[in-house]
Design a protein around this ligand. Sequence first.
Ligand code: PXP
Length: 253
Amino acid sequence: MTAEEGCRLGVNIDHVATLRNARGGSLPDPVRAAQLAMLAGADGITAHLREDRRHIIDTDMYRLKEEVDLPLNFEMAATEEMLAIALDVMPHAVCLVPENRAERTTEGGLDVASLKQTLSSFVDRLSSAGIRVSLFIDPEISQVQAAQDIGAAVVELHTGTYHEVVLATRPDLIKQEHAKIQASAEEGDRLGLEIHAGHGLTFDNVQPIAGIKQIRELNIGHFLIGEAVFMGLDRSVREMKRLIADARTGMLV
Ligand code: PXP
């Protein structure tokens, strides 16, 4: 397997900021977590600047760009406020996500098919600035096709439902959800999109997703930061990288 066929790990450090904000002040520092994740083998850093700034705040984004020597994936809602910040920070990539103030986390993918006009203006303005644009979508063929129609370079497939059916130990539904993710990844790849995936991935459920060969990047946060409390961030990132690499090697057997 060539390096091009591997699957990168993007480490989402939002919840280091959640812990910091629980007390106000500056500790623990999400930028330090990003630097440690890099030393442990992370291929990129992801952070979500939410409208309510519940975890990541504006200065974190600027510091992540300046102080961490890894590609920065800036997750944001498609709003003019966020667009202006992204164009100022100039991250490697922007992942557009739906955002709802009351939600605990991003609850579903973007309905690209019905928001084509609005989203295409964001895709155009970010892409013209040289930022790679990803759309976070549910694993549905129609959404993949709509993402390609409006010129996105990347789609990130939402694995939240997969995570839930694994937790519920429903083999029938796990098979069904995995098949949807696989079919969406194949369709996106056929259309020339780069395929990413993420949400709710853990040591226990990551391998069947990492084993889908069209998926080139996984973005993982909550579990890795939670596990860092027990084993340290270095070990949690290294173990996730090992599981992903093993799943890719398994593809060749
Ligand atoms: N990808 C996207 C687009 C997300 O919004 C999130 C959650 O912030 C993740 C990946 C990571 O999800 P988790 O924190 O459950 O690993």
